[in-house]
Design a protein around this ligand. Structure first.
Ligand SMILES: CC(C)(COP(=O)(O)OP(=O)(O)OC[C@H]1O[C@@H](n2cnc3c(N)ncnc32)[C@H](O)[C@@H]1OP(=O)(O)O)[C@@H](O)C(=O)NCCC(=O)NCCS
Length: 243
């Protein structure tokens, strides 16, 4: 996939697996460890979500590379990240699942993806105080409208998770020292501390609102072209279970 400067974002509502044939098709694509994880999940909704997630990765890879879904070997690395072993080289994926939404990002560079269901029931200010930077906290507190503030919390959270997943250090990323600013056009500006240089030429972060109840963030770790200011990588969106 090297040289391809396009990323692909696939998303589905896992409730499409309410259709028995679609569910069977997805189950048939799971590796033995994935099937084991699926079978051990007690809550039916979560079980379906897992089947949809693991199947979507292979169906997305198939769609992007025109290689059969059954041919792909995808395993977890020691941090729990999906690692694509082939048959095509240099393909990176990141996945996310939350009630009502499963998504997968495929690109020729390291990627991070996160989606969240916006829920007013989460005690979010307490969480924000632990993981947000002072600037982010101030921007959140400045919003007087409660639904707006809840929405902003989940957007910031999602962006920081996507960045952590792309960095590969989700559990130890210094998220409190990284400030993200959401621009109106869906782009995200980043303020990184000096000792926190990116592992690539630049992070391309974007926020999305795929459904009225979900937020989603993408992070691409891209290389800059010579001295020219790099252009944004195009993200092609695919909605629904690929054939
Ligand atoms: C590991 C973590 C990134 C998972 O995120 P999540 O929102 O709980 O769950 P998502 O559905 O979005 O993503 C889960 C998938 O991410 C992948 N994943 C797991 N660990 C990962 C890691 N270290 N890096 C990248 N991807 C990872 C897996 O494919 C996983 O799916 P599976 O376990 O069902 O196979 C998250 O739990 C975490 O630990 N974050 C720490 C960073 C933090 O403090 N964030 C706060 C935001 S401000």
């Amino acid at each position: 996939m090297r040289g391809d400067t396009v990323a692909h974002l696939f998303r589905i509502d896992p409730r499409v697996l309410g259709d028995a044939a679609a569910y069977e098709r997805c189950l048939s694509l799971l590796s033995p460890p994935e099937r084991h994880r699926h079978d051990r999940m007690v809550i039916e909704e979560r079980r379906r979500e897992l089947a949809a997630t693991y199947a979507l990765v292979r169906l997305a890879l198939a769609e992007v590379t025109r290689t059969p879904a059954e041919a792909w070997t995808v395993r977890r690395d020691n941090l729990g990240r999906p690692l694509v072993e082939g048959p095509v080289a240099d393909v990176h994926v990141s996945v996310t699942h939350t009630p009502g939404l499963v998504a997968c990002l495929v690109a020729p560079c390291a990627v991070g993806l996160d989606a969240e269901q916006v829920s007013p029931r989460v005690p979010y200010m307490r969480i924000a105080e632990q993981v947000f930077s002072p600037v982010e906290l101030a921007s959140l507190r400045a919003l007087e409208d409660e639904p707006q503030r809840t929405d902003r919390f989940f957007l910031l959270w999602s962006v920081k998770e996507a960045l952590a997943k792309a960095r590969g250090d989700a559990l130890s990323a210094p998220l409190q020292r990284i400030t993200v600013t959401l621009d109106d056009d869906g782009r995200v500006s980043l303020a990184l501390p000096e000792d926190c240089a990116p592992a690539c030429a630049r992070w391309e972060l974007r926020w999305h609102r795929p459904t009225p109840e979900h937020v989603l963030a993408t992070c691409l770790c891209t290389a800059a072209d010579a001295e020219d200011a790099p252009r944004d990588t195009a993200i092609v969106e695919h909605v629904g279970l690929p054939a």
